[in-house]
Design a protein around this ligand. Structure first.
Ligand code: HT7
Ligand code: ZN
Length: 874
């Protein structure tokens, strides 16, 4: 029933060479005249032209200027009596739509009295009838007409070629995009906007105009986005030889947006969250996110726009590759090896806490999915983040230079075309014929076709007599929906062998291709400690019976910072799992606490790295390691571990705080943000310890810092320390914070999110969440606000959400249904919060299933939510 299969792909029966669109902008009724030059695809048997359309009012259809017969089949406009032969003909379609009523935020919609579009994946069909598929690429000319006062700025893709006055205080702007593009990259923006401009000269000597458009009043928060854009342009030229191909490149921010941002050709549209930043309103994490999202969208200009996807199953072709590119960009900008490692750890943390659970749950799908009901459901961490790891492994297998050569060949072969993931891997391999990638290409491509996270089991044996160490690596992958058995993957495993005294006695890269392989190392004096999967060289779960002693060796000595961090995570996870499974009190052992102290006091380690090591594995990550999960128990144990670290490392946290609390004039660079992060972590632990001891000094200091902070990072960290430690001063601080930032929507989002994700103490969070929903600032139609309250609770607060009385699930089901009737895409994201319900301990499991079934039973459920809940119940 409406499921779309990758195998059914057929080329389009018609090509659309050019599109000339005229918009008469009116929130209630926008008129759209669409004149296309169309021709039959000679490679496809003659057939009717079937154009996609959704929520449109059709007024007129003309072929070569004459009226024609047509019929409607569901959402499709069917034209059967078209000119025969392969000559192009003109097709003119006149429709209207109602942007002000568009709550789905797909197609043309109104936000704060301005017009915006969102066409990926299938939003263009909500603007006009079209072959709304990415392999139909056309040249666009767009004329926008609207009220001069209400819409002084009118933008579309490409270059502004003409503008002028019209009757009735209206004006027009005509835009021509010099590049052919698929319909999902079309964009228009109209409204009262102001912009920051920057002229740049690229390496080739060409001049370009960069612009960042925002609402008046937000201009002072655009400097970082503009700097990020300039860095992005320079980086892509330097690293991949990919220049900016447009005279003008625009970014526009809107506060109503379903996702983070959109790479429309020359006219990127962004969620304000990923554009606006000042030291007073944005945290270091916000600054870093802006840099990476601005980079990501800009990098799509080549990976996605110049070379696009043949069909939506190939989404990772552009998304996996572009995430890889934005990760590399942020690492390159971070500079120092240690800062690069911090970024890598952060990326892996996201992968393991979000993508690994997805790969083990009911929505598991290959990086290149085989089927979907609603494509919007496949903008996933698998397609994006695992897709990026698959690209990263290709770089690992051919080397950095080889990868750059492969990229050059990819563009040489496919520029201006719509292609597949296979085409990409083939180009990288063909440019590096001697590489292990080329030799094992077909097997490597299983990363695109097989879902599930592979497990690699490593078993080491040392023979003292011969000084030989053998390491047996075996791979397996559990079944996923629709894929009962898996074939072996190609797994690059970067490794080192570390002696007990910390010396590195061997290192290298092994490419595991068989189900099981054994490596032999000779000439060793003692059993080494294997440091495996260095830098997280493949997206797998590594099983090895590490003893504490060996992990402590790695934590102290490994030359690979990723595995140093990983050793600490393994030590902490083992303790959490033991306490969760064993019931009873948590008691952290001295060697673990001492190891943490050593890191915290280490004279040369970076503050950012220390913060990562001292941060315990997240509740979701811990839960994934268990067969059956009681999320409240996971929460209690993790909190208890934090409290014990707080008490036992009190003096060390004090020292870390004092040493890092002052970072001077604000700069969001990796070093100073690392220091602020460590100071924030220390302050949170000091307040937590104070909760136990009744001490009032540290909560008082936190309150003072909250009031006096010179930047949002320090202020928000102090507020968080008060809220998460449950100190009475938190209420006053929250009130004050709201009063200070009541006109800053993005800051108020933080205020909501902090309360909805606060540690649950005796079931106190759900009532707070319900209260927040009746706060005058709450608006469920605004996706950022909905995410800040509802998602922060249902997805970001497992301890508070998975209540024994099932009230969290009742709340969830009501919100999914409420959102579904206005914005199915956002509703479907929320529906994913119960993906892992089958792992829950009773009675939660039954209650969760009942809640999902209630949603599934709702009449008129969108395809978006239906796909998620049906898969969950299967
Ligand atoms: N390529 C963009 C995807 C996107 C999107 C998809 C569906 C609905 C709304 C959307 N907004 C943006 C974002 C990106 O990956 O760059
Ligand atoms: Zn993207």
């Amino acid at each position: 029933n409406n499921v779309i299969y990758r195998q059914d792909y057929l080329p389009p029966p018609f090509w659309i060479d050019s599109v000339d669109l005229t918009f008469d902008l009116d929130p209630a009724k926008t008129r759209v005249l669409n004149k296309m030059r169309v021709r039959r695809n000679p490679d496809v048997p003659p057939q009717a032209l079937r154009l996609d359309g959704e929520e449109l009012n059709l007024a007129r259809v003309l072929v070569n200027g004459q009226g024609t017969s047509f019929k409607m089949e569901d959402h499709t406009l069917v034209l059967e009596n078209l000119p025969e032969g392969n000559d192009p003909f003109e097709l003119e379609i006149f429709t209207t739509c109602a942007p002000a009523k568009n709550t789905k935020l797909m197609g043309l919609y109104v936000s704060n009295e301005s017009f915006f579009t969102q066409c990926e994946a299938e939003g263009f069909r909500r603007i006009t009838y079209f072959l709304d598929r990415p392999d139909v690429m056309a040249s666009y000319t767009v004329t926008l007409r609207g009220d001069k006062t209400k819409y002084p700025v009118m933008l579309s893709n490409g270059n502004l070629v003409e503008q002028g006055e019209l009757d009735d205080d209206r004006h027009f702007a005509k835009w021509v995009d010099p590049f052919r593009k698929p319909s999902y990259l079309f964009a228009l923006v109209a409204g009262q906007l102001v912009c920051r401009e920057q002229r740049i000269v690229s390496r080739s000597g060409k001049e370009h105009l960069l612009q960042v458009y925002v609402r008046a009043g937000d201009l002072d928060k655009t400097e970082h986005a503009m700097n990020s854009l300039m860095h992005s342009v320079a980086w892509d030229e330097a690293r991949f030889n990919l220049p900016l191909d447009l005279e003008r490149f625009m970014i526009v921010a809107t506060s109503d947006f379903n996702m983070g941002a959109m790479e429309n050709k020359g006219l990127n549209i962004f969620n304000t969250k990923y554009v606006l930043a000042s030291q007073a309103t944005a945290t270091d994490v916000d600054f870093a996110n802006i840099e990476s999202v601005v980079g990501h969208e800009y990098f799509h200009n080549w990976t996605g726009n110049r070379v696009t996807c043949r069909d939506w199953f190939q989404l990772s072709l552009k998304e996996g590759l572009t995430v890889f590119r934005d990760q590399e960009f942020s690492q390159d900008l971070a500079g120092e090896a240690s800062a690069r490692a911090v970024k890598r750890i952060e990326d892996v943390r996201v992968l393991r806490s979000a993508q690994f659970p997805e790969d083990a749950g009911p929505m598991a799908h290959p990086v290149r999915p085989d089927q979907y009901l609603e494509i919007n459901n496949f903008y996933t961490v698998t397609v994006y983040e695992k897709g990026a790891e698959v690209v990263r492994m290709q770089q690992t297998l051919v080397g950095r230079e080889g990868f750059a050569k492969g990229m050059a060949l990819y563009f040489q072969r496919h520029d201006g075309h719509a292609v597949t993931c296979d085409d990409f891997a083939q180009a990288i391999a063909d440019a590096n014929p001697e590489s292990p990638l080329a030799q094992k290409l077909e097997q490597f491509k299983r990363w695109y076709s097989q879902a599930g996270t592979p497990r690699v089991r490593a078993e080491g044996r040392f023979d003292e007599a011969s000084g030989t160490y053998t390491l047996t690596l075996s791979q397996s992958c559990a079944p996923t929906p629709g894929q009962a058995t898996k074939l072996p993957f190609v797994i690059p495993i970067a490794y080192g062998l570390v002696a007990a005294d910390g010396r590195e006695v061997a290192s290298g890269m092994h490419v595991l291709t068989e189900a099981s392989e054994t490596l032999t190392f000779n000439g060793l004096q003692a059993a080494p400690v294997p440091s495996l999967l260095r830098g997280f060289s493949a997206p797998v779960i590594l099983d090895h019976d590490y003893t504490d002693e060996r992990l402590l060796t790695l934590l102290a000595h490994d030359t690979d910072p990723f595995n140093r961090w990983e050793a600490a995570q393994r030590l902490a996870t083992a303790r959490a799992l033991k306490a969760i499974r064993g019931g009873g009190e948590v008691e952290l052992d001295a060697p673990f606490v001492e190891a943490m102290r050593t890191v915290l006091r280490h004279p040369t380690l970076d503050a950012a790295f220390k913060e990562l090591v001292l941060t315990l594995p997240g509740e979701t990550y811990i839960a994934e390691q268990l067969e059956t999960v009681d999320p409240q128990r996971v929460h209690v144990v993790r909190e208890a571990m934090k409290e014990q670290l707080a008490q036992q490392l009190f003096a060390d946290f004090e020292q870390a705080y004092e040493q890092n609390k002052d970072t001077g004039a604000y700069r969001p660079d990796p070093v100073s943000s690392g220091r602020r992060a460590l100071a924030g972590l220390a302050l949170a632990h000091l307040c937590l310890a104070a909760r136990q001891s009744g001490d009032t000094v540290w909560p008082g200091k936190a309150y003072q810092r909250f009031k006096d902070a010179g930047n949002m990072t320090d202020r928000f960290n102090a507020l968080t320390a008060l809220v998460t430690s449950g100190h009475p001063l938190a209420a006053e601080a929250l009130q004050r914070f709201h009063a200070m930032f009541k006109d800053e929507a993005l800051v108020i989002d933080k205020w909501f999110a902090l309360q909805a994700s606060a540690p649950d103490r005796g079931g106190n969070v759900l009532p707070v969440v319900k209260q927040l929903m009746s706060h005058p600032d709450f608006n469920i139609r605004n996706p950022n606000r909905a995410r800040s309250v509802i998602f922060s609770y249902c997805s970001g607060n497992p301890g508070g959400f998975h209540r024994a009385d099932a009230a969290g699930y009742v709340f969830w089901s009501e919100r999914v249904m409420e959102l579904d009737s206005m914005n199915p895409q956002v509703a479907a994201r929320l529906a994913r919060a119960l993906d892992r319900w089958k792992k829950l301990a009773e009675p939660l499991r039954t209650a969760a299933r009942e809640a999902i079934a209630r949603v599934a039973a709702k009449p008129d459920l969108s395809n978006d939510v239906r796909e998620v809940v049906t898969r969950a119940l299967a």
